[in-house]
Each structure stands twice: as structure tokens, then as C-alpha cells.
Design a protein around this ligand. Structure first.
Ligand SMILES: Cc1ncc(COP(=O)(O)O)c(C=O)c1O
Length: 391
């Protein structure tokens, strides 16, 4: 019988992180549903578009893998030019590291002894691992643990953008913490600042988003200046996401953008509007759930095999990729009821249809693997190896 830590360790080293090649291609119509599918052409385009935008502006992409939880995708993003990855949890970082990625920033606070141990275990073989801290006491705990392991750990200070969720208050309190790191924590290397204004990402209307976000980030700029005036170098400034990718150059703070959703997109992001457009369509939805119609209980209704267990239901409802004039209603764990108001094409029993997801991150967490589709065929599976790893 394993101890808890042996069990966790084995689940990490045993995780399948590479693509699983199929002996023969499978046509998309033959996939068992509900199936999480990626349109590879659109996915590739999204990756390229982000780099075409960021690279000439001197901003690195430190893509957030909390969105896709898949090492295969993280490697593709690195190959496309990302400078590193972010993870939200220690266990996501463990999966990314075991897959061979070293440039990892854990963007959420880690405070308990068992998780600090796990971070140091990663750092023992990965000098590039970085964490965030927002508290002197926690910094001391990390420093002690790093000193016992004879390691130096890269640390960024997490600034509260005013959301009141995580982070230390910008300005004076952040300076006190930075001084403490620089002067009292010999085993922590101060690498810079993180400020993620999550409440700005989905603000509707580009001008509205730009105005509010620019205002919020002023505190980040002031804090950076304060530290520099005190002789503390701020090598990195990281944060931001898909919703602010094209606002960051004017704000002028980010060295590393933490965008995640840009690779898949979702209905929530589409609806916030883009620059000069009421839809945010710079990046196109590349992630879909393939569903099957399984019952026609009434004349104007048809039921699909995908409900709460197939789509995250924290936002709006799913939409068909190619059928308009219908409305999806949640029908329970395994069912969605389609109201056939004025369908743009006939839907029959047994049809397989692609649906856009309302919110990509929590939807992905419901599946074991992606089916990447090109030319109507699937040639390999991409394991969602960090799925369920919320620790
Ligand atoms: C800390 C942090 N950075 C970046 C992101 C990425 O945001 P997006 O998926 O909107 O690009 C998130 C998403 O929730 C986040 O929590």
C-alpha cells in the first residue's frame, strides 16, 4: 500500500503527457460523443496570431496552461515561441514539468508545508521554476525550506489589482515585502511583479475595457517605479490575459503576458467585443464539443447527449457551430434540450453536431483527452493530463 505522497508521485510520473497516435485515422462522424474536439487549423491560426501581435512589440507570451491542462498543447505553444508557461496549481506544474517544460510560473499563492515541499521537490531539478508570494510570513516559510534544501527559488510578488482576491496591496506594502525578500531571504531570488486584473478580462466593449484596465494598471506602474527607486530591480512584470492582449502595449508594463483562452476561445470571450467590433473575433473558437441527438420527445424539441457533465454551466448556454435558430436548454447531467425555434438546417435523430463552449477552462476539466481534427479526421489523442489536478 502506498503512502499518500507515494501515490501522488506515481500518478505524476505515470501520467501520459505525449500524444497517443491511433493506428488508423478516425473520421470525426465516427467519434463517440460527447467528444472534446479541436479544429486544428483554427487552433494553429490562434497561436500564430498571438505571436505575430506580441513578438514585434517585445512582449513575451507566458501562456496560462490552466486553460487547457494539456502538456501536448503547452509544448506546441513553446514551439510557437512562448517564453514559458503558467500554472494555477502545484499539481499542474508537476504535470508540465514531468512532460519536459522547465519555464514554469505558479501564479497562485502556495502556503502550506506539504505544498511548499512539493514546490521545492520540483525546484530541485528545475532552477527555472518560479512562484508568487504576497505575504512576509509565507516568504519566510519558503526561504527556510529553500535554505534547508540548499536551493535558490525565483519569486515574484503578487500585487492585488484591487479585486481583493489575492495579492499584496500595491505601493508601500509591496515595497516592504520586496525589501524583505531582497534583504532577509537569501534563498529567494526576487524576479519581479505579477498583477493579474482578472475582473477586467471580460469587460464588455474594447474602449471600456481599455479605459478601466489602464486605470487599474497605474498602481502596478507606480509600484514598479517605487521598487526601482529603492534600488530593487524588477526584471519581469507578468499578468494580463486574452481580454487585454492588445491593450498591454500601450500600458507598457508587461514583459510576459499570461494569456490562456486565446488558443481555444469561448462564447463568453466572443461576447465581450473586440477593437472596432461587437464580437471579439481576433481569435476564433477552435474548441468544440461534438454531441449526438438522441431523442425527439416533442415536435419542436430534440435532445442531445451533453449536459452539465459535458459543458461548464457557470456562464451562458452552448451554441451550435453550424445551426442557427435554435436554443439550448440545460436538460440535466447528460442531456441538453434543443428548442427548434427556426432551425437554419434540419436536425435529425442520430446527427453529430459541434457545439461552441460557453467557458473553455472548466469545460476542459471535464474530459480525459482532446480529439484534434484536421481534414475531418482524428489521427491522435491529446491527453488532458492535468485534468482534475486542482491541488
Ligand atoms: C493568473 C491568471 N493569469 C492569466 C489568466 C489567463 O486568462 P485568459 O484565459 O483570459 O487569457 C488567468 C485566467 O483565469 C489567470 O487566472
Amino acid at each position: 500500500m502506498p503512502t499518500l505522497h507515494q501515490f501522488i508521485d506515481e500518478s505524476i510520473t505515470g501520467a501520459v503527457t505525449e500524444p497517443v497516435k491511433l493506428s488508423e485515422p478516425v473520421p470525426v462522424e465516427q467519434l463517440p460523443t460527447p467528444a472534446l474536439i479541436i479544429d486544428l487549423n483554427l487552433f494553429d491560426q490562434n497561436l500564430t496570431k498571438m505571436h505575430h501581435f506580441l513578438d514585434p512589440r517585445g512582449i513575451g507570451l507566458r501562456c496560462h496552461t490552466k486553460m487547457h491542462k494539456c502538456p501536448v498543447i503547452a509544448h506546441k505553444q513553446m514551439a510557437a515561441g512562448a517564453v514559458g508557461v503558467c500554472t494555477a496549481t502545484v499539481s499542474e506544474a508537476e504535470i508540465m514539468q514531468v512532460s519536459g517544460i522547465a519555464d514554469i510560473l505558479i501564479t497562485s499563492a502556495v502556503v502550506t508545508p506539504e505544498k511548499i515541499d512539493r514546490v521545492l521537490k520540483l525546484a530541485r531539478t528545475n532552477p527555472k521554476l518560479q512562484i508568487v508570494v504576497d505575504n512576509i510570513e509565507v516568504a519566510n516559510r519558503f526561504n527556510e525550506a529553500a535554505s534547508e534544501s540548499n536551493l535558490e527559488l525565483g519569486v515574484l510578488i503578487d500585487l492585488d489589482p484591487g479585486m481583493g482576491r489575492t495579492g499584496i496591496e500595491a505601493g508601500g506594502p509591496a515595497l516592504v515585502l520586496a525589501r524583505h525578500l531582497a534583504n532577509e531571504c537569501n534563498n529567494l531570488r526576487f524576479d519581479g511583479l505579477q498583477m493579474y486584473a482578472g475582473d477586467c478580462m471580460h469587460l464588455e466593449g474594447f474602449e471600456n475595457r481599455r479605459e478601466k484596465y489602464t486605470g487599474v494598471m497605474e498602481k502596478g506602474a507606480e509600484t514598479k517605479s517605487l521598487l526601482e527607486e529603492a534600488g530593487i530591480e524588477v526584471a519581469f512584470f507578468t499578468g494580463g490575459g486574452t481580454g487585454t492582449f492588445n491593450i498591454e502595449p500601450d500600458v507598457g508594463l508587461m514583459t510576459d503576458l499570461q494569456a490562456g483562452s486565446y488558443a481555444f476561445m469561448d462564447i463568453e470571450y466572443r461576447e465581450i467585443g473586440g477593437e472596432g467590433s461587437d464580437r471579439f473575433d481576433t481569435f476564433e473558437p477552435s474548441l468544440f464539443v461534438l454531441v449526438t441527438t438522441i431523442s425527439k420527445p416533442q415536435q419542436r424539441l430534440i435532445t442531445v447527449d451533453a449536459g452539465f457533465k459535458s459543458f461548464a454551466s457557470d456562464k451562458m448556454v452552448p451554441e451550435f457551430r453550424d445551426v442557427e435558430g435554435v436554443i439550448y436548454h440545460w436538460g440535466g447531467d447528460e442531456h441538453g434540450i434543443i428548442q427548434l425555434t427556426n432551425p437554419s438546417k434540419e436536425i435529425s435523430l442520430g446527427d453529430k453536431l459541434a457545439m461552441l463552449v460557453p467557458h473553455c477552462d472548466p469545460t476542459v476539466n471535464l474530459y480525459d483527452y482532446y480529439y484534434p481534427v484536421r481534414d475531418g479526421k482524428v489521427e491522435e489523442l491529446w491527453p488532458i493530463a492535468a485534468r482534475g489536478r486542482s491541488q
